[in-house]
Write a protein of this length. Structure first.
Length: 318
């Protein structure tokens, strides 16, 4: 059963009527093919018009859609012979951060990502994609391992942010995130990061300090969630829509500000309507971003990456 967002209610009603008419036909009733066709045409036009004018807050809702492809969806579809690697060699393993080695289009790579989960059990297991210090220390360990073995790094980011619990702070959350960002910036190998859903705060940047940062068309990337911003500025989470407008968190905003490198188009209606097509589009864009980097040496990669992020600061947008 398809999950509809609040702003999709008119579309839900139309598609519900279409489904009812199709069941009537299947049950041996009168032929309603023409009426179904007319309603489907209306639904397609409504879907196109709705998604052509999404507000930043609506895009945030699409980015969080429960049926949107998650990190493991991309890993399973794109990475051959994936071998997961666990633990930070200090405290334990963090299921919110996925990592391991495999092959992408014939090239050995190191893969990182934040996994939210797809149902209640897996969401609890992966802590809804909110990593703790051990998760970021695992990411740092694997980035350094990739550097030693000359493996390009691919990351798939989907997190509302780092876990904010007391135990995470007690174990050095800020330091762990900073060290992960440092490892990304210092990596002597090509690094391509893709924001596939939410890119929340330092918890996202820890896995996205890359040579090329891609964003899906309806994903979001921001220093804070709209709800968190609204709670701080207006002491009212209901102002999230206003905050989303001000944060410039959409892929289109960030592309204009030159904070990301490319926007990956999504199927009409969002990635959740056609996960397979979305995964393929991401694969093609990742490869197009990775291939030119493969012949660059470590010194050039580091220098270009450093200049890229320094340039953001010079423009006064960070």
């Amino acid at each position: 059963m398809r999950h509809f967002l609040d702003f999709e209610k008119p579309l839900a009603e139309l598609e519900g009527k279409i489904e009812e008419l199709r069941r009537t036909t299947d049950a041996g009733g009168i032929d309603v093919a023409e009426e179904v066709g007319n309603l489907q045409s209306k639904a397609d036009k409504l879907l196109a018009s709705t998604y052509a004018k999404l507000t930043p807050w609506q895009k945030a809702q699409v980015a969080r859609h429960p049926d949107r492809p998650k990190c493991l969806t991309y890993v399973e579809a794109l990475i051959e012979d994936f071998v997961p690697l666990a633990g930070d060699r200090a405290f334990g393993d963090d299921a919110a951060v996925i990592g391991g080695m495999g092959r992408f289009r014939g090239h050995s790579v190191m893969v990182l990502g934040t996994e939210k989960g797809t149902d209640t059990e897996s969401r609890v297991k992966h802590n809804f994609g909110m990593a703790k210090p051990e998760g970021y220390r695992k990411a740092r360990r694997l980035m350094e391992l990739a550097g030693r073995f000359g493996l390009p790094i691919l990351s798939f980011v989907d997190t509302s942010g780092a876990f904010p619990g007391i135990e995470a702070e007690a174990r050095g959350q800020a330091e762990a995130i900073a060290r992960a960002i440092e490892a990304g910036l210092d990596a002597p190998v090509p690094f391509v990061a893709t924001i596939i859903g939410e890119g929340g705060s330092g918890g996202a940047i820890a896995l996205a300090a890359a040579d090329r940062v891609l964003m899906l068309e309806h994903s979001i990337y921001s220093v804070i969630s709209p709800e968190g911003c609204a709670s701080i500025l207006w002491r009212d989470a209901a102002q999230a829509s206003t905050a989303a407008d001000a944060l410039k968190l959409t892929a289109q905003d960030l592309s204009r500000l030159a904070l990301i490198d490319s926007v990956v188009p999504e199927p009409l209606g969002g990635a959740h309507r056609d996960p397979q097509a979305t995964v393929q589009a991401v694969a093609d864009k990742v490869w197009a971003s990775l291939e030119p980097l493969l012949d660059l040496d470590a010194a050039t990669l580091r220098a270009r990456r450093r200049e890229k992020f320094l340039e953001m600061g010079k423009q006064g947008v960070v």
